[in-house]
Design a protein around this ligand. Structure first.
Ligand code: GRF
Length: 188
């Protein structure tokens, strides 16, 4: 029996790629669909290369009952936000309780919330003079970046770090821990 994972992503898709690669060795879990809100998102090239179906959604469809029904028909074990920038509508949160997982590139509850994504997060961490940062993998609820925390991993912020070098450290943590955390959740 296959276990389906649906990925939502808005950007380059390096986390999506790490998850897809990792699951190649998994006995039964596969990414069955990649959903993006941007038609030129890099993640759609990854979907094409990997022969994974993909779907670009506009805001109206994203909030529709029809989209919810389409997702439900795939019976996903998890819906994974791998760098997805839109807020998840309540209709989806309610339809998939404890099944929607997000990764945030900082140690929540700090440096989260609306507008805190990508380099904005790393800039804020550096500006605050933090000595460490990290990643937070958490359940998604109705409020940005506030669902139950599943895993956090940390890295040192060195005095020499800038936005790019910190982003690289965070991506390394993400690519290691995100696929493994999903695998762990599938076993629960
Ligand atoms: C990641 O840093 C993730 O934490 C955040 O968005 C970024 C996505 O990067 N939510 P990528 O598209 O997976 O490379």
């Amino acid at each position: 029996m296959n276990t389906n994972i649906i990925l939502f992503a808005s950007g380059k898709g390096s986390n999506a790629a790490a998850i897809i690669d990792y699951l190649k060795l998994h006995p039964f879990a596969r990414v069955s669909l990649i959903v993006s809100n941007k038609k030129d998102a890099g993640v759609l090239n990854i979907a094409a290369q990997e022969n994974i179906p993909s779907k670009v959604v506009d805001k109206e469809f994203f909030h529709s009952q029809e989209f919810k029904l389409q997702l439900q028909s795939l019976k996903p074990s998890l819906i994974v936000l791998a760098g997805f920038l839109w807020k998840i509508p309540e209709v989806l949160v309610k339809a998939f309780p404890e099944k929607i997982i997000n990764i945030h590139p900082a140690l929540l509850p700090d440096f989260g919330g609306k507008g805190m994504y990508g380099h904005h997060v790393h800039d804020a961490v550096l500006k605050a003079g933090k000595k460490e940062s990290g990643i937070t993998i958490h359940y998604v609820n109705e409020v940005y970046d506030s669902g139950g925390i599943i895993l956090q991993a940390r890295c040192v912020v060195a005095p020499s770090d800038d936005t790019d070098s910190l982003a690289q450290k965070i991506h390394r943590l993400e690519h290691f821990f995100f696929p493994r955390t999903l695998e762990f959740l599938l076993k629960q």
